[in-house]
Design a protein around this ligand. Structure first.
Ligand SMILES: [Mg+2]
Length: 204
């Protein structure tokens, strides 16, 4: 019998919005996109685990409260992929590991979590100021450098996309995932390559 495909997801900084350890009983909201992703995987028949330093029973209660189809575990389960905000893909080179020590998790580099703590009107205001200007500078910059490898839009540049769709997508990625402008634009380009209507559908 074929084994069910499985994913093992870290909890803090991956499923759970987080900006540093505050204790095992301090829980915030799910990270934007996490629930949608888990439900999509479940529909595809993927078994999902959440592995955390927190007690599994507490993590399970949080997962259940938000409706995550995920099983909390205390020990590393068998899985095809392990997703961790402090993870590293080991390729047999210990020097690479040494260089990676001390690297920051994504949420430390992003403003998202800080912004998430602010009242919504301040967040919107901060984002509005300068966004259009930054966007247009970026859009017309001579050289577009693809920074996140492996995306669907790796060979395309911002000018290949309808400006309004790219602007809306970039803004959405910045607001919801706390990405900086360049990264947000790149993620938006990936989504738009897959589906030009991507940002017009109801998103989670
Ligand atoms: Mg983590």
């Amino acid at each position: 019998m074929e084994q069910q495909p499985a994913l093992c997801l870290d909890f803090d900084g991956v499923l759970h919005t987080y900006r540093g350890w505050k204790g095992e009983d301090v829980f915030n909201r799910p990270l934007p996109g996490a629930l949608k992703f888990c439900r999509k995987m479940e529909k595809r028949g993927v078994k999902l685990y959440a592995l955390s330093v927190r007690p599994a029973v507490k993590v399970q209660a949080w997962l259940d409260r938000y409706g995550f189809p995920v099983e909390a575990v205390d020990t590393k389960p068998q899985a095809g992929l392990y997703v961790d905000d402090n993870g590293f893909r080991f390729r047999g080179d210990w020097q690479e590991v040494e260089r990676a020590i001390g690297a920051s998790p994504w949420w430390e580099k992003s403003l998202h979590i800080c912004r998430a703590q602010l009242p919504i009107w301040i967040r919107c205001d901060r984002l509005r100021k300068g966004f259009d200007e930054d966007f247009s500078i970026r859009l017309h910059a001579k050289k577009w450098k693809d920074r996140l490898r492996g995306g669907k839009a790796d060979n395309r540049s911002p000018e290949d996309f309808p400006k309004n769709k790219l602007r809306a997508g970039t803004r959405k990625e910045m607001e919801e995932h706390g990405l900086d402008l360049d990264r947000a634009m790149e993620v938006a380009m990936d989504h738009l390559t897959e589906n030009l209507q991507y940002y017009e559908r109801g998103q989670e």
